[in-house]
Design a binder for this molecule. Sequence first.
Ligand SMILES: [Zn+2]
Length: 341
Amino acid sequence: MKTCSGLVQPLPVAMTRVLKLFLITMLVAASVFAAQKRAQAHESSPQYVDLAGWGRTNSFRIVWNSNGRDFMLTNRSWRLAFTVNSRQAEINGVKAWLSFPVIARGTNASIALLDIQKLIRPLLTPARNNSQRKVTLVALDPGHGGKDKGVETAGCQEKTHTLLLARRLQSLLESAGLKVVLTRSSDVFVELDDRVALAKRRRADIFVSLHYNSDGNGRGDAKGVECYCVTPAGAKSTNTRPDDNATTKAVPGNNNDSRNVLLAYLVQKAMVTGLDVEDRGVRRARFLVLRDATMPAILIEGGFMSAPDERRRLVGLERRRDLAQAIADGILDYKRLVERQ
Ligand SMILES: [Zn+2]
């Protein structure tokens, strides 16, 4: 401190302490900021794999579209379509969202290793249950109920239609020899964690949550079906904004990553091939019922109640019957695949 006499005086003890405290606080803040930056950098720059090399090893050939952005890896059984700088992919014609965009330098395209491990590989070489582990009990979870109406539009409530869909699906699955447990069988409110707890208690082999969608913006122009499974650790969920720094840590549902995505893909495939609907793809989310499920789990959005023409169809008997049949077909495809010897 400089006095008006120009002499440098020692700082009072209390002020020295304040200064020290201030410096320590600044240092701690700087190191926390640096750690956050490092975490963000790690998240935004995952390990990438050269697709040409991966394709050769796995008997694929790459075919580029003349637009220089779209390309395909094809072999006798599979057609994997990608777009440079995009997270959207198509696997045998069914849309699936990658965790990270495909990147390219010229015609050298690369894909995140996480997407190979958590999407491509589980579909190309599906998991197989051991011979004692059959898929026999399905937990069906009609979304919402009681005081929680879900989407409400033009006199239609989501909770009513998820229950009607669940009952129809239950009868189809039971006719196919499966057992079904419903997380609710009437118009009652059930907490999300109680839904998962019931499935665990009853030792369900898979968990299937049923919902209808809303675009939430009042425009009513979004249409189509989606199937969610839990987001892999280290990735952001499909609908997360880029600036959202929600945690990407592993959750219990990640123990079933391979089976989650296989079930989601097969149900999405059955819906988009069995119905005349828009394919909004296999997506990732950390919804509580997916996050905490201890068995393979998916959440289906069976169409948009906010789109007037789609709503008219999906509240009708014919669409409900067809949608239930498609979901049942997807579940039975999954059962066949994981039980194969
Ligand atoms: Zn819902």
